[in-house]
Design a protein around this ligand. Structure first.
Ligand SMILES: CC(C)(COP(=O)(O)OP(=O)(O)OC[C@H]1O[C@@H](n2cnc3c(N)ncnc32)[C@H](O)[C@@H]1OP(=O)(O)O)[C@@H](O)C(=O)NCCC(=O)NCCS
Ligand SMILES: [Zn+2]
Length: 271
């Protein structure tokens, strides 16, 4: 295996996956999974932009989960170097969400990112849902479904009652945000993306449905799937077994409480 790759090789591999101009992608990534990349994270971003073109959309999570003080456009992203490189681009459009902001590049980026502060972070009509509903893809580059935020969107579509349980005991539900026009306002959330440790459970159903395409770029394994297939699979599986995306660690605060919600509603099959 080669020890290094570059923008052009990555772009060629993306084209080989069937991606092309006008496609919309939500990318979850690990830069180091590729081995050495000449040009670093910027080369990866350039490769995606080369392939998707200005009529396409590259969206990345620029989450910070729970920031101290007032959230604004300059809040850091905690979801990897490639997301930092996207956020640093002058043409990047960031959505305004104090916990699960996303950043996108492409002609339609402002439409996809608009009004995030008026939606639940990963709820219905959030930016990541909009990409799925528009026929867009999820790309997992060197990471697994534990990073696949579209699964959280699927939990909202499945109307799983447990999404009202916060991630942890002390996690706030109300945040101050500075909108991009400078206005400071408050947002209050009622749905919370929870623990994702069990999200690889979706791999089997997605593969049974033939919804995943596997690729390799340099050293990295890469999965391509339609966002809508992810959402529909979550909805179908949740109807059969509502706790299937909750981890089984008895010490996991949120999954334990989420199971209690299902138990109270009589939705746990074995009880
Ligand atoms: C956490 C996570 C980002 C860590 O992956 P990673 O590859 O170690 O980290 P990054 O993608 O930030 O890349 C930085 C690493 O790339 C490596 N690197 C630096 N330059 C490089 C280059 N030119 N070529 C290749 N690798 C390079 C370095 O090891 C660097 O690590 P360091 O900062 O410790 O030195 C990744 O595992 C992950 O979870 N990604 C998905 C995040 C996400 O989408 N979350 C949303 C749902 S919760
Ligand atoms: Zn858990």
């Amino acid at each position: 295996m080669k020890d290094a790759t570059n923008r052009h090789e990555i772009a060629a591999a993306l084209r080989g996956m069937g991606l092309g101009p006008g496609d919309k992608v939500v990318l979850h990534s690990s830069l180091s999974s590729l081995g050495w990349v000449d040009g670093g994270a910027d080369a990866v971003v350039d490769a995606f932009l080369d392939v998707l073109g200005p009529s396409g959309l590259l969206m990345v999570p620029t989450f910070n989960y729970a920031i101290e003080g007032v959230f604004d456009r300059n809040a850091p992203t905690l979801t990897g170097k490639i997301t930092e490189a996207v956020l640093a681009r002058p043409e990047a459009v960031r959505s305004c969400c104090p916990t699960h902001s996303v950043t996108a590049i492409g002609r339609q980026a402002p439409d996809f990112c608009a009004d995030h502060h008026l939606r639940e972070p990963l709820g219905i009509d959030s930016p990541i849902d909009r990409v799925a509903q528009a026929g867009g893809y999820v790309v997992l580059l060197g990471v697994t479904h534990t990073s696949n935020s579209t699964i959280h969107v699927g939990e909202a579509h499945a109307k799983l009652p447990y999404i009202r349980v916060p991630f942890s005991d002390n996690r706030p539900d109300t945040f101050a945000v500075r909108l991009w026009d400078g206005t400071v306002t408050t947002v209050h959330y009622r749905e919370f993306p929870g623990c994702s440790r069990a999200f690889n459970a979706i791999e089997g159903p997605l593969r049974l449905g033939d919804y995943i395409r596997d690729f390799r770029i340099s050293r990295a394994c890469m999965l391509l799937m339609k966002g809508l297939d992810v959402i529909n699979t979550v909805v179908e599986m949740a109807a059969r077994r509502p706790d299937w995306l909750l981890c089984t660690d008895p010490h996991c605060w949120t999954c334990s409480r989420r199971r209690d919600v299902l138990r109270r509603e009589g939705r746990l099959a074995d009880e």
